[in-house]
Design a protein around this ligand. Structure first.
Ligand SMILES: Nc1ncnc2c1ncn2[C@@H]1O[C@@H]2COP(=O)(O)O[C@H]2[C@H]1O
Length: 815
């Protein structure tokens, strides 16, 4: 299966000996590529994945156990081109060929035997030519194996891709729908979908349901869905109306001949709600059977028919109002409407489960019981009072007539007065008037009993709820006090104690507990993982490592993460320390710092950044921290211990590679940055060394100028100006050319030359020092300045300094 080279055998042999080969990849239609020496030497790079090597089977990622279809691959053609030989040798691998290193066994080698057109006799004529032939075979075998290896790699890559696709396939119940939904633009799957937490795609019917607040006549409702919750609130409102208003209207004179129709209107609206609830809503409520939620309408209807709720619902809506025709409009006959109390309980249960802080809901429910009992009691009290003509009928006792003071006297707001009386009796507070007859005695006894048992129970409940609500806070406070007390006992610095306090306060603000993990450890592992992923989704979605890696890695890692809080300025890790943990930033900003005093900031790290992995994975060659990390403000980090990371990551070579690549890039950056700062430092040192001190004006001249200023001598003023200019100029020079002693071109004109100085000397009328009698600067010893040469520093650099001004200075001195 190869084409025969038509070159002389000697040339062929030479080429082979020299290893002047090229290979052509027909699939890629590439040009012949010379095989480098390295290619010959190292058949496979060490870190490549070797499908051919059975020992490497363990390296395969363990993402799925499902057998996967391997894409069909065209039998690869390999052409061996020997330099200088016109026709290449063509090798074709059969589909039946196994991907085995010994692919070129003896039988197959036969296929590559030269055909008759080669002068076989002449090749085998000499012993050396047979050796050459063997050599050719072995080289060809090697090249073929090399190709096979790369093909195997390609196959592996493709199967991995297919496998990933299969894993990411849409959930069962959405498959049928997916075909109906218009194809959306292709985009990278979100992290949420990768970790299997995303909402499932909804069927068109479900979408239509949503449009009507989740209501559809053909559909069913989730009992904890938003729609049912809203509906339940409405039903509960109707129940409360009936529960409060029926006793009220039955006892107090609030329903009159003028307003009864309004009361009736509201009554029947509530009845309508009850009926809709019974006929339309409740039969559509989903329920769970054998652990599976039943969603079919027929099933939910059947289920409702079997429940006790239906019976109560029917009783609550019985049209007892028809009694009105016989006995008149007495609302008390509608009292069966309170049988809808199930809805009230259900709503409070749902609210209790939906709120993160349900204490208020629980207190509200308990309070509502108390208020209702007092309300009903007050209705009875009013009725009793009314029956006794509001105390207007006197009664005889021990031969004397008395007015009944126990009853309500029909003064003021009837409801409020009666409610107050009943509340006072029930809670046994207040000075209650004595009952005067049997009915009143019975009423009072019942009220007290109710106060003792029912109210005590309810008040106890409220106390429990409130104390439970504060228990967490109190527990936290207790721990904080303990820690701070310990700090004081140990005699720590106030600053340290303050930091401990800050940490506690911030931790409470952030997580309301000291150990977040404790809260969820009772849940099953799967649920814990889902919870942790959902809670920390924002952070985790920003971690590049997790974006690129296997989703199983994320699920494995997330449970190992431990949240930790750091205060501003805290050093999270120090350069040179042994790395035992790596970190993910959940909140806050951190700085990668270096330098002697951590004054250099290499980089700032934000939410989602990962650090500390270099030493953990010993990427830089050892396990020491390559940089120090400092918290800029308050920070919440996830810590991942080395053992935990190693436990997880060894199954994910891809993640390892990403981590290594990233870390290597960072190390390179840091090195560059270090080199740069080193260069700047050297430059600064050089500049420092080359810098010329600004020329000092001899003290004598300054002194003279100061003295003469008082005499308003023009010449001296000129002199002073010239001195100032000179000082300025020197300073500027040292700024612009800190390392240079050369003069700037643009300074020529301004140069303070001998001429100027001599003219200054001529114009001025400077008195000799000895004659001067004016005030003198205390610090200045005039004699000290006489020798100007002594003033001038005698360094090499200063020789240059003398050029522009030294002569001028000297002249001034002579004058
Ligand atoms: N230039 C940089 N930018 C961001 N992070 C860095 C940089 N240099 C070092 N780090 C991180 O700082 C960490 C210090 O500890 P490690 O050496 O374990 O791992 C290091 C990196 O994760």
């Amino acid at each position: 299966m190869y084409k025969v080279p038509k070159k002389s055998n000697t040339n062929l042999a030479r080429s082979i000996r020299k290893r002047e080969f090229s290979y052509v990849d027909r699939q890629k239609a590439s040009k012949p590529t010379p095989l480098s020496e390295d290619d010959w030497k190292s058949p496979r790079s060490e870190d490549s994945f070797d499908l051919l090597d059975p020992s490497n089977s363990s390296k395969e990622p363990t993402t799925s156990s499902r057998p996967l279809p391997i894409p069909t691959i065209r039998p690869p053609e390999v052409v061996i081109q020997i330099d200088g030989v016109d026709s290449p040798i063509l090798g074709l691998i059969d589909e039946s060929d196994d991907l085995h290193p010994d692919v070129f066994d003896e039988s197959r080698r036969g296929r590559l035997e030269p055909s008759s057109s080669i002068d076989a006799n002449s090749l085998s004529a000499t012993r050396s030519s047979s050796v050459i032939e063997d050599d050719v075979r072995s080289q060809i075998s090697f090249v073929m194996r090399e190709r096979l290896h790369s093909i195997a790699k390609e196959v592996h890559r493709r199967t991995s891709a297919v496998r990933e696709d299969l894993i990411r396939e849409t959930p069962e119940d959405t498959v049928s729908v997916a075909s109906n939904i218009p194809k959306q633009s292709e985009h990278r799957p979100s992290l949420m979908s990768l970790i299997g937490l995303q909402n499932r795609a909804e069927s068109p019917s479900a979408v239509a349901q949503k449009k009507l607040f989740g209501f559809s006549l053909k559909g069913t409702f989730h009992p904890y869905g938003r729609f049912y919750m809203t509906w339940l609130s409405l039903v509960t409102l109707c129940f409360l109306y009936n529960a409060f208003c029926i006793p009220l209207r039955s006892s107090y004179p609030y329903q009159t001949t003028e307003n009864w129709m309004y009361w009736f209107m509201v009554d029947y609206i509530c009845d309508a709600v009850y009926i809709i609830d019974m006929l339309i809503i409740k039969p559509r409520l989903r329920f769970t059977r054998g652990g599976i939620q039943v969603k079919t309408l027929a099933d939910t209807q059947k289920h409702y028919l079997m429940t006790r709720t239906l019976k109560l619902d029917i009783l609550s809506i019985l049209p007892t109002d028809f009694v009105y025709f016989a006995v008149g409009k007495k609302p008390i006959y509608r009292m069966n409407r309170v049988l809808k109390i199930n809805s009230f309980w259900l709503l409070f249960d749902m609210l209790d489960n939906s709120f993160a802080n349900p204490y208020a809901i629980r207190i509200a429910r308990t309070l509502s019981y108390m208020i209702y009992i007092i309300h009903c009691n007050s209705c009875v009290y009013y009725k009793l009072s009314a029956m006794q003509a509001f105390g207007q009928i006197a009664y005889l006792e021990n031969g004397k007539w008395y007015l009944n003071k126990w009853v309500y006297n029909n003064q003021g707001n009837a409801y409020i007065r009666c409610f107050y009386f009943t509340a006072a009796v029930a809670t046994s507070t207040g000075n209650n008037p004595a009952p005067t007859n049997v009915i009143e005695y019975i009423y009072m006894t019942c009220s007290w009993m109710m106060g003792v048992f029912v109210f005590a129970l309810l008040l106890g409940q409220i106390r429990d709820i409130v104390s439970n609500a504060n228990r967490n806070r109190e527990e936290f406070q207790r721990k904080m006090d303990l820690a701070l007390g310990e700090c004081q006992k140990l005699g720590l610095k106030q600053e340290t104690t303050n930091r401990v306090r800050d940490w506690f306060i911030y931790t409470w603000q952030q997580q309301k507990t000291l150990d977040e993990k404790k809260l969820i450890e009772k849940l099953p592992l799967k649920l814990q993982t889902d919870l942790a992923l959902s809670v920390h989704y924002t952070t985790l979605s920003k971690v590049q490592l997790f974006q690129d890696c296997d989703r199983a890695l994320l699920r494995d890692l997330v449970l190992k993460l431990r949240p930790v809080i750091f205060l501003p300025g805290d050093m999270i890790c120090l350069k040179g320390d042994v790395g035992k943990e790596m970190y993910i930033i959940n909140q806050g900003i951190l700085q990668v710092v270096g330098g002697d005093h951590n004054e250099k900031v290499f980089a700032e790290l934000m939410q989602g950044a990962v650090f500390g992995e270099i030493s953990l994975l010993a990427i830089g060659g050892n396990n020491r921290r390559t940089a120090s990390i400092r918290a800029k403000g308050y920070c919440t980090l996830f810590v991942l211990a080395k053992e935990d990371l190693n436990d997880v990551i060894r199954y994910y070579p891809q993640a390892q590679a990403i981590l290594r690549r990233k870390a290597a890039a960072m190390l390179k950056n840091d090195k560059k940055s270090d080199e740069k700062t080193e260069k700047i430092k050297q430059q600064a040192e050089l500049e420092d060394r080359c810098k010329i001190n600004p020329r000092q004006v001899p003290k004598l001249i300054t002194l003279i100028a100061n003295m003469e200023e008082m005499n308003e001598n023009k010449g001296v003023r000129d002199l002073k100006k010239a001195i100032e200019e000179e000082t300025d100029k020197s300073r500027r020079q040292s700024i612009y050319y800190p390392w240079s002693t050369l003069q700037r071109d643009d300074e020529d004109e301004e140069e303070w030359n001998e001429e100027d100085l001599s003219s200054v000397g001529e114009d001025t009328d400077i008195e000799p020092m000895e004659n001067h009698e004016g005030p003198m600067d205390d610090d200045v010893d005039p004699m000290e300045d006489i020798d100007l040469a002594a003033e001038v520093p005698h360094s090499d650099e200063d020789d240059d300094w003398e050029k522009p001004g030294s002569s001028g200075t000297k002249k001034l001195h002579a004058d």
